[in-house]
Design a protein around this ligand. Structure first.
Ligand SMILES: Cc1cc2nc3c(=O)[nH]c(=O)nc-3n(C[C@H](O)[C@H](O)[C@H](O)COP(=O)(O)O)c2cc1C
Length: 131
């Protein structure tokens, strides 16, 4: 399989609000299992950051669907491209992490390419992983 990864940030739309997040996570987990996509969604009450990895065609199709989802706005790809080796989140069809620190995702949104992945890795230990 040609592995491909993509990371973006976005902001929840005013019309949706945080109440839609459990539904997003539930549907994502079920759908990603079927398409063999793994990854992590981080939410701070306002901003999302999501990392998705899997077959390149599946990841690109999913990112187009997510980008068009009206529950969030300002969809901005920070980094995307093929990679080799192990998946980063091999045992999660979509892990979910919450942070109360509103600055973390705002700061992350400034970075691109490898720097974005480096900063993403650095913020993970500060987030609360939720089942
Ligand atoms: C922040 C955010 C993250 C999402 N992540 C995923 C995901 O990882 N997998 C997924 O299938 N859908 C995800 N969705 C939902 C998709 O946008 C879409 O609603 C869902 O895949 C169902 O698509 P369909 O109605 O065309 O079947 C996400 C939506 C948002 C707003």
């Amino acid at each position: 399989m040609d592995l491909f990864r993509l990371m973006y940030t976005s902001r929840i739309s005013a019309a949706s609000g945080p109440a839609c997040v459990p539904d997003i996570v539930r549907v994502s987990r079920a759908r990603n299992l079927r398409t063999d996509i793994t990854g992590l969604l981080v939410f701070d009450g306002l901003r999302f950051c999501q990392y998705i990895e899997g077959d390149s065609a599946e990841v690109l199709a999913l990112s187009a669907r997510i980008a068009a989802d009206p529950r969030h706005i300002d969809f901005t790809v920070l980094s995307s491209g093929p990679f080799s080796g192990e998946r980063r989140f091999s045992s999660w069809s979509m892990a979910y992490a919450w942070t109360e620190d509103g600055n973390l995702l705002e700061d992350l949104a400034q970075w691109r390419d490898t720097d974005a992945f480096t900063h993403f890795d650095a913020l993970l230990p500060t987030c609360d992983m939720e089942p």
